[in-house]
Write a new protein. Structure first.
Length: 551
């Protein structure tokens, strides 16, 4: 009974699930602890394509996922800070970084697993700081990856003794296309090419998976990994989708060409490595290294090809008459409040787009762009008024049902969002116009700090939209916690600016008022979105005297 086929397969599936979850644990720990720093690092890395690729590789090694790097890119590419070609270089570097991760995770450092687990648990349980707790989470995740790989080795051993299993898997050696496609689907389903490659390489090391099939499945995982980001960014800005499509064309097309080449060359004897596992991993690393070299040469043509497939669409201000407010359900509060919430999400999305367009005005002022922001601000104000009127008309047929509190909370969110749009269209645009009229320039350090602060606020705006859609209490707590962090950053940046004034820097003196006012406008916008979380936290007893309750 112990080695029954059903039990073996069930144990192997559980071990694979454990591996997938462990990889995710490490990735989310890095995202929560260092996501903001990684975003800024990526944004500053576009001076040349080699620097962009190296930065993408480094970020992918830390996050253990090229998909996670793609998601970070999606957060700020639409502001125009990164070109499609530079973004594609970052993604290709990230693909190589994920291949390096697999090599590291299968190296002898796995002997540190007990130490990593012990240190991770102690740090997580003893630390009160959020960033340190995430470091503990990362260490725990790494230890669990090593543990899951050992579990896969143990649970797959009975398959090496089964003639039926050997015959079934041997079929894949003669049909590399099937093995390739199965691996691509698996990698896409588990949303991790790293976990998929680790699984296939470990099965090859056990002798369960024939080497020729392992090569095909490792390459198939690369195709599946390219599709993960493709589907996750279908609703993103067109430039983001061009980068991801370019990566799919290069990585996916390259994987198809590689699997055909390896099959016809019978490459089992050509790939270096002292074991079947190492040979499979070397195929993965060599493929992504070669892909990066080729990709860096054809970056611009590939970006243009992606542009032909995905032409530019209408941007800010399109479809301004759309509304989610359905007057026919005002006597059904649950449906009416859902309509109001969708309208708030639409308002927040518009404000996010405004924030992306506003910051480039400080670099190159564009009057038509400024006018679009004013038009959009008036549209957000109209939506806010319509929403408040709509909320005031919601009535329940049940006299015991309280609709007033919910209506008041949503109306408050609408007012705060309207104030946020106003701080962009009026304050930020007027500051950009003034800077252009005075023909002044920020100092290099000052502009970098302002750009980083803008990026941090933009992330919090996106976080606020997530809270608005999901009503997740944990995300709401984090959003309010970011409000205090923004205040601390703003104070630090003001001190930095005053230091430059004392040093007598001409650029800092000429732009001093604009610099300080822009910091405060961005802080005010952040507060507008942080207020989204307050009604939810108050309802759950998570606020004490306007502060987060300790828990």
């Amino acid at each position: 009974m112990e080695n029954s086929p059903v039990l073996v397969v069930l144990n192997l599936a559980a071990a694979a699930a454990f591996l997938i979850w462990s990889v995710r644990l490490v990735r989310t720990g890095f995202e929560r602890a260092f996501g903001g720093h990684l975003r800024q690092w990526l944004r500053r890395s576009t001076s040349n394509r080699l620097a962009a690729a190296a930065t993408g590789a480094g970020a992918s090694i830390l996050l253990q996922s090229s998909t996670a790097v793609a998601m970070l890119l999606a957060g700020f590419m639409s502001s125009g800070a990164i070109s499609v070609a530079a973004g594609l270089a970052i993604i290709l570097g990230a693909d190589l970084g994920s291949a390096i991760v697999v090599q590291v995770l299968t190296s002898p450092i796995s002997v540190l697993m007990p130490l990593l687990l012990l240190a991770g648990v102690l740090i997580f349980l003893r630390s009160s700081r959020r960033s340190l707790r995430q470091v503990g989470r990362i260490l725990i995740g790494l230890a669990l990856i090593f543990m899951s790989l050992d579990l896969i080795r143990d649970t797959s051993f009975p398959l090496t003794q089964s003639d039926t299993a050997r015959a079934t898997l041997a079929y894949l050696s003669g049909d590399p296309l099937t093995a390739f496609l199965l691996a691509a689907v698996f990698a896409w389903l588990v949303h991790s090419s790293v976990a998929a490659v680790l699984l296939f390489a470990t099965l090859a090391a056990q002798g369960v998976l024939p080497l020729q099939a392992a090569f095909a499945m490792v390459l198939g995982a690369n195709l599946g990994g390219a599709f993960i980001a493709f589907f996750l960014t279908l609703q993103s800005d067109v430039d983001v989708r061009r980068v991801i499509l370019g990566n799919l064309l290069l990585r996916g097309g390259g994987a198809c060409a590689a699997v055909i080449s390896l099959y016809w060359l019978d490459a089992t004897a050509l790939i270096p490595g002292g074991s079947a596992q190492q040979q499979a991993l070397n195929v993965h690393l060599g493929f992504n290294g070669l892909l990066l070299l080729v990709g860096l040469v054809v970056l611009v043509p590939c970006a243009r090809l992606a542009g032909l497939f995905l032409p530019a669409t209408a941007g800010l201000g399109a479809d301004i008459t759309r509304s989610a407010l359905d007057p026919t359900v005002k006597n059904r509060p649950a449906l009416a409040f859902a309509c109001a919430q969708r309208e708030l999400v639409e308002m927040a999305n518009r404000i996010e787009a405004m924030l992306r367009e506003a910051m480039p005005l400080f670099d190159t002022f564009d009057e038509p762009a400024a006018e679009r922001l004013r038009v959009e601000q008036r549209e957000v104000s109209r939506m806010s008024l319509d929403l408040r009127v709509y909320l005031s008309g919601i009535r329940s047929t049940d006299p015991n049902e309280d609709t007033g509190t919910r209506a008041f909370d949503l109306a408050g969110v609408a007012v705060n969002l309207e104030a946020g749009a106003d701080s962009i269209a009026r304050k930020m645009v007027s500051l950009a116009r003034r800077k252009n009229a005075e023909k002044t320039h920020f100092s290099e350090d000052g502009w970098r700090e302002l750009s980083d602060f803008h990026d941090t606020v933009l992330r919090n705006v996106q976080h606020g939209i997530i809270v608005l859609m999901s009503e997740d209490i944990g995300a709401a707590r984090e959003l309010v916690g970011q409000k205090e962090k923004i205040r601390e950053i703003e104070e630090r940046l003001e001190r930095n600016h005053l230091t430059r004034l004392r040093q007598g820097l001409t650029e800092s003196i000429e732009t001093s008022a604009i610099h300080i006012d822009l910091l405060r406008a961005l802080k005010m916008l952040n507060t507008s979105f942080a207020m989204i979380a307050y009604p939810m936290l108050k309802e759950h007893g998570e606020l004490l005297e306007s502060r987060l309750a300790n828990s």
